[in-house]
Design a binder for this molecule. Sequence first.
Ligand code: ZN
Length: 249
Amino acid sequence: MRYEMMLPHQIREAIEKNWPVVLPLGVLEYHGEHLAVGMDTLAVIRLLAILEAEMDLVILPPFYYGAASYAVEPPEGNGSLHVDAGTLFPFAQAMFKGLLRIGFRNLHVFIHHQTENFAAGMPTDLAFRFAARQAIFEFLEKERGEGWWGNEKMADYYAQQAAGGDPFNWIKAHPLMTPEIIGQFPFDHAAQGETSLMLALCPEGVEMGRLTDERWYTRSAREASAELGGRGRDLILAHMRNVLRPAIG
Ligand SMILES: [Zn+2]
């Protein structure tokens, strides 16, 4: 379900049944002459739309305004839109606090942009991951008071952590492509992998006739195909189901 279309009784049901609530997080960034600038975010959105048809899921309005960076190309006439991570952090913290206040305890963020080394992190995901941690600490302290963790009621904290009941699991961030997927499908920028994913998920955002060999990073895009993209799509969907399903009661 799309959050913006939900009625309060549906929101209450989603809270009660602990449905996953997912934020598609991404950027607007130059992806060569042949791909739409929203690629990283569009991929997340289109994959979630497939999952929405097969499981109970709340999809939040996507956030496109991440820290794209101008590492690939300068923005003038190219379309990259960069908002620095320091600016994103207070926004994300307030948003997560608000979502916790509503009652959601099974929040997920999926991001594709700059996620080839997700454990170390990059500005957009780090800002949102840091904000999620801060929001949870602040929420718990407000709800339960200082000393909440040391309270006798928390004696099973470490056991809960293994079982998934740990409050720090209330908000989780995931790369769209795990290291296992990257081992089986090309991770790149606007090249064979991303172009194939777009051909499979969002063909209206691709104009292969505009592809040029000018930039090193798009050269392998010539070998892109919807068929390869379909294989990537299925690998990613399996990972997303794996992450979202265990929590469904
Ligand atoms: Zn990309």
